[in-house]
Design a protein around this ligand. Structure first.
Ligand code: PNW
Length: 491
């Protein structure tokens, strides 16, 4: 284990729950801990450290944490409608109250601070800003985000705002058919312009759209997420094109309306292609697969064209101008990294690769879809940096749910989450030590929250939330993350 400078006793304060984990909490108001963390390289010379200034953060999204769905003029979103439709959410819950972050944000910022995080990725609810999706803005729409941003900055935490994390104003679904129409792409750009005009004096980093891939497939192909559609393959590709167009239009609107120095990029769950064995041929095959299987979003966004194979079937309708807009220059790529989608083997076939089927015995975390494959955290940013010459990458999400039962002493010893995080972070450190330009990492999630169609049955938080009392309690993984941040190395 690496020697590192320990915080002195007086730098610690108390936050409920930390002592139960055998840890003291960082004082919320001392400022000392922060200057200490900033005071230079603790691990630069060690093989296990992250780069100096590596940005550690946590992530949430509006509908999953805020609640307060009827406050200060917010309009309904497709997720309000979907969650209130019987048969959609496994535990019949919804996000009406969620973690009540809308009212408890100050307390939550102290939780972030006690972890030692220096950045927070949250999303802005479009229906708070434009209750009808477009037209006249709600004058109180940004009040909450102004309060949130000011409180973050006052506590030394940089705000990273996502503009769209799936909560489309219901009015746009009703009026245009949502993302099936490019009118929604245009409305998204108008909303992005409005927000950046008002927040970019304090918010310097904006993500356009969270996970095009899931919102397209789960929302419009499988019907498992809002708006619950099951469209034909060609309509699904049209939706994906409209979402990509929305991203590009928003990038342009953000640049036109934001302050100088504003930085913008997507937050995408790239289809992850891992060389099954790390041979040069398999690595090349995994790169080819990455480009091909992300053709509808990252590839078109970074190359300004669709691949031939993508257009060979069910091609979307688009213009050359659309492609120019979609590939508007971005400042970074955000990557949500959870699991290996494919292990790739080089093959002498037309595509140049074979996707290995997953054996039935492949392990999973508590959520059956979440297959642990820590090397995903190495290969995805490496592929993106290499294929498209991307110079700045943020890991915008990574984490896992756990069954999270309290032990007899009341503590949640979520050692499966710690095992998962430790292994993924080790692979992230491998990437940064080789020069893959990952600048920061946002752990999903700060606290348990509304996990979409899994309701409150999948808990992804470092902090346990009691959904009766809204009390937050750190799990053992919170102590793991705090230790990792303090060392700037995997703990
Ligand atoms: C992400 N996959 O969803 C979302 O951005 C979050 O809102 C969500 O709470 C979190 O991850 C946990 O699910 C994903 O199949 C869903 O690879 C599925 C996958 C990845 C991310």
């Amino acid at each position: 284990m690496m020697p590192f400078k320990r915080f002195s006793r007086r730098q610690f304060g108390r936050i409920a729950g930390w002592s139960a984990l055998g840890m003291s909490a960082l004082s919320s108001g001392s400022g000392l801990a922060q200057s200490d963390a900033d005071s230079g390289p603790r691990n630069r010379a060690t093989p296990s450290g992250f780069p100096d200034g590596f940005l550690w953060g946590t992530a949430t999204s509006a509908y999953q944490v805020e609640g307060a769905v009827n406050e200060e003029g917010r309009g309904p979103s497709i997720w309000d409608r979907f969650a209130h439709t019987p048969g959609t959410i496994s535990d019949h819950s919804n996000g009406d109250i969620a973690t009540d972050h809308y009212h408890l944000y100050k307390e939550d910022i102290q939780l972030m601070k006690s972890l030692g995080t220096k950045a927070y990725r949250f999303s802005i609810a479009w229906p708070r800003v434009f209750p009808e999706g477009a037209g006249s803005a709600n004058p109180k729409g940004l009040d909450f985000y102004n309060r949130l941003v000011d409180e973050l900055l006052a506590n030394g935490i940089q705000p990273f705002a996502t503009l769209y994390h799936w909560d489309l104003p219901q009015a746009l679904q009703d009026r245009f058919g949502g993302w099936t129409s490019r009118d929604t792409s245009k409305a998204f750009a108008d909303y992005a312009a409005h927000v950046t005009g008002r927040l970019s004096d304090r918010v310097k980093h904006f993500f356009t759209i969270n996970e095009c891939s899931r919102l397209v497939h789960h929302g419009h192909e499988f019907g498992a997420d809002a708006p619950g559609l099951k469209l034909s393959p060609s309509d699904v590709k049209q939706v994906r094109h409209n979402v990509a167009l929305g991203h590009g239009l928003a990038v342009q609107a953000i640049r036109a309306n934001g302050r100088a120095g504003i930085r913008v990029g997507p937050a995408e769950n790239a289809v992850s292609c891992i060389p099954a064995i790390e041979t040069p041929a398999n690595i090349r095959a995994a790169e080819i697969a990455t480009r091909e299987l992300n053709a509808g979003y990252l590839t078109v966004m970074l190359e300004g064209k669709y691949t031939e194979a993508y257009l060979a079937q069910d091609a979307p309708k688009f213009t050359a101008e659309d492609l120019r807009i979609i590939s508007s220059p971005i400042d970074f790529v955000g990557l949500n990294v959870y699991m290996p989608d494919h292990y790739v083997v080089a093959a002498d076939n037309e595509r140049g690769f074979t996707l290995a089927p997953f054996p039935k015995s492949f392990p999973h975390m508590k959520a059956t879809w979440l297959r642990p494959g820590p090397e995903t955290m190495y290969w995805v940013p490496r592929h993106v940096a290499k294929l498209w010459n991307v110079k700045s990458i943020y890991i915008t999400e990574n984490g896992t749910s756990s069954s999270d039962q309290p032990a007899a002493d009341g503590t949640i010893y979520d050692v499966d989450r710690i095992m998962y995080l430790r292994n993924y972070l080790t692979q992230l450190q491998r990437a940064t030590s080789e020069g893959v330009p990952v600048l920061g990492y946002f752990l999903w999630s700060l606290m348990d929250n509304f996990e979409w169609s899994d309701g409150y049955e999948q808990r992804f938080g470092l902090y346990h939330v009691d959904f009766e009392t809204r009390r937050r309690t750190p799990k053992l993984s919170a102590a793991f993350y705090r230790e990792t941040i303090a060392r700037n190395a995997v703990a």
